[in-house]
Design a protein around this ligand. Structure first.
Ligand code: DGJ
Length: 716
């Protein structure tokens, strides 16, 4: 709901309220974001006279109205606000934004070339204008009542006859009132160890993180939670910020001299400075804001529901797949592929995915990218004939591609060396033996669309893994003039979105899975096109428990590519039982990443049983609610997945270490209806109150990383 009265703007969702006001000088002040309060929260907004905080010219007599201490809805550079700012125009030009009107509308709002929250919603747009520069900034707010979310972004509109360079152009700024107790939860990591939940107190300081890599990156995720030290899974205030963006981003947080906190989310100003031509406009990516008064768990569930309903493309295809990568890497031929397929067919999987190595001269990572022509020698015939053989074995067929990349040793590079991002007169930066195609160049995007349209039409392909295996380095586009080079990072991701949009639009029968060396581009922007993303190249169950735990704070399990792989694990050398590996992979999309020919008949039978078990609970993973019952800090990661009616649930996870000579561990369940009674798959009956307050005893564990897989159904 959106209400406007007497210069006061009020946005309300089911459990949250957001207030702003236009002050006597036309500045848009932020008043409140948090629980619904039924009152104007302006009283919290103390205007103090602080030394060395300037006044605006008209208010020299009143030293309390200082841009440096006000809670501002969209703080800008050059007006005497010395904190971090959302927008800056060409060095010292200043940007003094004053209120210039508003509009309320309802509908579906498509952003120009950017992924976005789908579906019909109510929108408030507030126009702010700098009369001197003749530059307008529109602040957009979509209100998603059901998910307690406000979606924000900004549009810059240049009304002048000259161009302006935007040195900073964040889509979202949020000021919090004074608090001594602010904590930040973010999800840093690295390749093979993405999105590790990290919590830190905020002192008077600026904390910032982001990516300069052209992708959202393994190292940082475009998301943040602000809470206080008392906030837990089920208690306390939590504010979530989730960017719908996959390129170089930045999140900045500052606790100022007075104890107020400011959060900014946007395109990285270190990598992108957009030149806004005369009379042109520029739209920023969206950031989704979530508020929960019931701790982190509720915030996550709201985010999962919103992403499933409004970000992920519609998809009813949830196959159990087997992927060839860890089994054979580049080293295969038709015989090996079919031998694996024969074994895979006996495992009762739905989809057989041929990973990297099937095209051009691709026998290592040093050649072939760009030449998307099936290697008939290696495949022992045409791609289509291979697909038919796989289909004949009762499995769908899936294919790996990496459209954004090119090897120097490829026919495409020999034909079009100018299609690569590369600084003039320098040697290109190589990573994993490859270079990055210039997706700022529409000719390249058109070419790739043609090539992949042809490829994906050439047989019965049900799934595509869209990989991206390096960071951008020499971010220079030969297709753009010098003055546009600081736009390349953002233009690149716009090109990726464009290509993804065209191909996913044409091939709506194909399930696209995103990937970037595992989880290097795991974000809500990619999820707009690819409903699932390979979570990490690290398939070790112990490491995966931390990765999937961190990922679960914003992203639903149905979006997390997770597979059982061989032991000892290829990344860590660790051993874990098949049940343990399955228990963690089932908390995601579920599949296998191993050579089925290496398995004993007993293991194959076990896998068939596991697949049957997974299919019986898959709906809980795909559409259910998730509760994090414990965390890596407790040396166990256990998720509770439950249907919305709270009739069926499954606990999935692992216990890290067995404690010798002690009692069995117990785990307390969450959010069951007080009067309900449940029965486990072994026929043991418990009351909901016993399960929630006493807890369920876990089996005596043995060794390390012991599996937890307990199913319960409501019987009363
Ligand atoms: C990186 C991916 O994360 C792997 O799963 C695999 O597809 C390789 N690329 C193939 O090159």
């Amino acid at each position: 709901m959106i209400q406007v009265s007497d210069n006061l703007f009020l946005l309300e969702t089911e459990h949250s309220a957001y207030q702003m006001k236009v002050n006597e000088r036309g500045m848009l002040e932020h008043l409140w974001y948090g629980a619904r309060v039924d009152q104007n929260m302006d009283y919290l907004n103390l205007h103090n006279d602080l030394g060395f905080s300037g006044q605006i010219y008209e208010d020299q007599a009143d030293r309390t109205l200082s841009p440096d201490t006000l809670m501002l809805e969209y703080p800008t550079e050059g007006i005497g606000d010395y904190r971090i700012t959302a927008a800056k125009v060409e060095g010292a030009l200043g940007l003094d934004l004053r209120y210039a009107g508003y509009e309320i509308s309802t509908g579906e709002f498509n952003l120009d070339g950017l992924p976005h929250v789908r579906g019909e919603l109510e929108q408030l747009t507030i126009h702010l204008k700098d009369e001197v520069l003749n530059l307008q900034v529109d602040l957009h707010y979509l209100v998603d009542e059901k998910h307690d979310a406000i979606i924000r972004w900004a549009t810059f509109r240049n009304k002048a006859n000259r161009s302006y360079r935007l040195d900073r152009s964040f889509g979202m700024a949020l000021d919090f009132p004074v608090s001594e107790d602010v904590e930040l939860i973010s999800f840093p990591g690295r390749h093979n160890k993405e999105r590790i939940m990290t919590r830190q107190p905020l002192a008077q300081n600026v904390v910032c993180f982001g990516s300069k890599r052209g992708t959202s990156s393994h190292q940082h995720n475009p998301s943040l939670i602000v809470c206080d030290s008392l906030t837990t899974e089920n208690y306390g205030d939590a504010y979530g910020f989730l960017m719908v963006y996959s390129g170089s981003f930045k999140i900045e947080v500052e606790k100022d001299q007075t104890g107020q906190t400011r959060v900014l989310c946007g395109i990285s100003p270190d990598m992108t400075r957009w030149t806004l031509d005369a009379h042109a406009s520029f739209e920023t990516p969206q950031t989704i804001l979530f508020y929960s008064s019931q701790g982190l768990g509720k915030l996550s569930r709201n985010s999962h529901d919103l992403l499933r309903e409004r970000i992920l493309p519609k998809n009813d295809y949830h196959p159990i797949l087997i992927n060839t990568w860890e089994a054979v890497m580049f080293d295969f031929n038709r015989e090996k592929l079919l031998e694996m397929a024969d074994h895979a067919a006996k495992l009762d999987v739905d989809l057989y995915v041929m990973d990297d190595g099937w095209f051009g001269d691709r026998n290592s990572d040093l050649a072939g990218l760009g030449d998307w022509i099936p290697n008939k020698t290696k495949l022992g015939g045409s791609l289509n004939s291979l697909i038919e053989e796989i289909n004949a074995r009762g499995m769908d067929f899936g294919l790996w591609i990496e459209p954004e990349m090119i090897n120097e040793n490829s026919d495409l590079y020999r034909a079009h060396p100018e299609w690569v991002l590369q600084a003039p007169n320098r040697k290109p930066l190589i990573s994993r033996g490859q270079m990055v195609l210039d997706l700022c160049n529409p000719e390249v995007v058109d070419y790739l669309e043609d090539v992949f349209t042809h490829l994906l039409s050439s047989g019965n392909i049900r799934y595509v893994k869209w990989d991206m295996n390096r960071s951008l380095g020499d971010v220079y586009s030969p297709s753009l003039p010098v003055e546009k080079q600081e736009e390349v990072c953002h233009r690149y991701i716009l090109g990726v979105y464009d290509l993804l949009g065209r191909l996913t639009g044409k091939f709506s029968n194909i399930l696209f899975e995103g990937c970037s060396g595992g989880g290097g581009r795991f974000d809500a922007g990619m999820l707009f096109y690819t409903p699932q993303i390979w979570c990490s190249d690290d398939t070790d169950v112990h490491e995966r428990s931390k990765i999937q735990y961190g990922t679960s704070f914003f992203y639903p399990a149905v979006s997390m590519g997770a597979h059982v792989s061989e032991v000892p694990n290829q990344q860590t050398g660790r051993w874990a039982s098949l049940e343990a590996r399955a228990a963690m992979a089932m908390a995601g999309t579920y599949g296998y990443e191993l050579d089925p020919g290496e398995m004993s008949e007993e293991e194959k039978a076990e896998i068939r049983a596991l697949n049957k078990q997974f299919r019986s609970i898959q709906d809980l993973i795909v559409e259910g609610d998730v509760y994090r019952l414990s965390s890596p800090k407790n040396e166990q990661v256990i998720f509770q997945f439950m249907d919305k009616a709270k009739d069926r649930l499954v606990l999935l996870g692992i216990v890290y270490e067995t404690r010798p000579s002690t009692m069995r561990r117990k785990i307390r369940l969450q959010s069951l209806p007080e009067q309900a009674v449940y029965e486990t798959q072994d026929g043991v009956i418990y009351s909901a109150r016993a399960l929630m307050h006493g807890g369920l005893l876990l089996s005596q564990t043995c060794g390390t990383d012991a599996p937890v897989h307990i199913e319960l159904k409501r019987i009363r």
